[in-house]
Design a protein around this ligand. Structure first.
Ligand SMILES: CC(C)(COP(=O)(O)OP(=O)(O)OC[C@H]1O[C@@H](n2cnc3c(N)ncnc32)[C@H](O)[C@@H]1OP(=O)(O)O)[C@@H](O)C(=O)NCCC(=O)NCCS
Length: 137
């Protein structure tokens, strides 16, 4: 059974193992917990059988007009069961009174967000400092 939660009470770094698949220099579980704690809103999916976090999404925000979704990930063995959609849907509900909710994604994930009510932007711009991929100290 998958449980969804919007707080970090009782979440430890060891419950966050396995994320950032394919990242050459990923944040550690400790840093992962730190970035969740620094977020405006989070939704976590946990597996009741193992106690592990199996999916998460976070938002950062100015608290007035705009929210941005930097990260969404479901552990590979849990993908394709609707967990990612549920995370987006629950976070969208939390952010429903903001003017804008933005995110960047690869082309292959566009149909996933399209189904969840997001519109495709004509352009997005970004900077990546890859030497800081594992996070600020
Ligand atoms: C994107 C992601 C969060 C979806 O999580 P999930 O729990 O598998 O999502 P759901 O089960 O709700 O929906 C799966 C649907 O999304 C589609 N989908 C998800 N990622 C996809 C991808 N990279 N390419 C093509 N389709 C994708 C699946 O085909 C599936 O469609 P279907 O229901 O028609 O078969 C998950 O694939 C993931 O963690 N990917 C790696 C990280 C990532 O890309 N995050 C998004 C960053 S913007």
């Amino acid at each position: 059974v998958i449980t969804y939660r919007t707080d970090l009470a009782g979440i430890t770094p060891s419950m966050l193992d396995g994320f950032f698949v394919g990242w050459p220099n990923p944040p550690s579980p400790e840093t992962h917990l730190r970035l969740l704690a620094g977020s405006y809103a989070v939704v976590l999916a946990t597996d009741d059988d193992t106690g592990q976090v199996v999916g998460f999404i976070n938002a950062i925000s100015d608290g007035v007009l705009a929210a941005f979704i930097p990260l969404l990930e479901v552990l590979p063995t849990y993908q394709g069961r609707g967990i990612g959609s549920e995370l987006v849907s629950r976070l969208s509900d939390l952010l429903a009174d903001f003017y804008g909710i933005d995110l960047l994604c690869d082309d292959d994930v566009v149909p996933f967000y399209d189904r969840l009510g997001f519109q495709r932007a004509s352009a997005g711009m970004y900077v990546r400092n890859y030497q800081h991929q594992s996070g600020r100290p």
